[in-house]
Design a protein around this ligand. Structure first.
Ligand code: ADP
Ligand code: MG
Length: 290
């Protein structure tokens, strides 16, 4: 069966449409129960991520997140900012269901994460690409194999993988590095591999937790440009970063956290202005970097 429409990236992207999708793995009986009430409003269908009063306590006194409420719409690019310990990674880990909230409700593409059983979590995660600060590549595999492996676990055939990989390598600027091992790459290149791997199956949602935390400013710009390009191709992107200057220069929506609480949630003043293409963004980021 086809994946729930809402979990797929927009259908006008040919590459996205032709790729194996997580939802394909769903078997009979996995089907969500039809809702007896009115069909969801358009607004609901446009909501990819919804946190409602979400708290996460890590034992007594350890506040990860406190009554966080926000929604992220399809195709948005949103930055989570705040000092170390403010709750950014907690949000990411809740979103991949690595953590369970102490209170509140989290929905992703309309699906209540609390209702996803332990057994179904791997299927759910296929819809969410994740990039970490420390890359987390397989050290004994080449660039090609690192990315191929990610596709393989989503159920893609060798043939599909062979057909898909050149595109993703091109998109991430890794075409000449496919036979290299991670230790033969710079930090920026390793992070590109991690992004390629996270995005290889074109998940509708991509999370990046401090993706530039280990990179120098110029390399960071390249990674931000890449995430921006992925976002412009139709994927909802959430980036956690404590590089406030870089985040400001991105001119996107910013959700600011302090000690687990959302203290600011604002669209950039540039919202609705003419969109930059990826090259324009890169040129401006370089120019504005001090
Ligand atoms: P950030 O990613 O913004 O640095 P985190 O979400 O990692 O913040 O952490 C938020 C708060 O939760 C911090 O006070 C942190 O110490 C606490 N915390 C995170 N993970 C754990 C854990 N596994 N056990 C106890 N406390 C934790
Ligand atoms: Mg963190």
């Amino acid at each position: 069966m086809t994946p729930p429409e809402i979990l797929t990236a927009p259908g006008n992207d040919r590459r996205t449409r032709d790729l194996p999708h997580a939802g394909r793995e769903r078997r009979r009986g996995d089907r969500p129960k039809p809702r007896p009430l009115a069909p969801p409003q358009r607004d609901d269908r446009d909501t990819v991520v919804e946190f409602r009063g979400v708290s996460k306590l890590y034992g007594p006194g350890g506040i990860g997140l406190e009554r966080a409420t926000f929604a992220v719409r399809r195709q948005e690019m949103v930055f989570l900012v705040g000092p170390t310990g403010s709750g950014k990674s907690t949000i990411m880990r809740l979103l991949i269901k690595e953590l369970e909230p102490t209170d509140g409700r989290i929905r992703v593409a309309g699906r209540d994460l609390a209702e996803i059983t332990h057994k179904k979590v791997p299927y759910y995660r296929r819809n969410v690409g994740v990039v970490f600060q420390d890359f987390k590549l397989l050290p004994t595999r080449t660039v090609y194999d690192n990315i191929a492996y990610a596709l393989q676990v989503t159920g893609a055939s060798r043939k599909q993988i062979r057909a898909t990989l050149p595109d993703i390598l091109r998109l991430t600027g890794l075409s000449t590095k496919l036979h290299n091992y991670p230790h033969q790459l710079s930090g920026g290149e390793q992070q590109r591999v991690a992004v390629a791997r996270a995005f290889a199956s074109h998940p509708p949602l991509l999370l990046a937790d401090e993706p530039t935390g280990n990179l120098d400013p110029e390399t960071s710009i390249g990674i931000m440009q890449l995430l921006y390009r992925i976002n412009r191709a139709g994927t909802t992107v959430i980036v956690a970063s404590h590089d406030n200057e870089m985040v400001d220069r991105m001119r996107r929506r910013v959700i600011e956290l302090k000690r687990g609480r959302i203290v600011r949630d604002e669209a950039s003043g540039f919202y609705g202005a003419r969109e930059e293409n990826t090259d324009e963004l890169g040129a401006r980021l370089k120019q504005e970097a001090t």
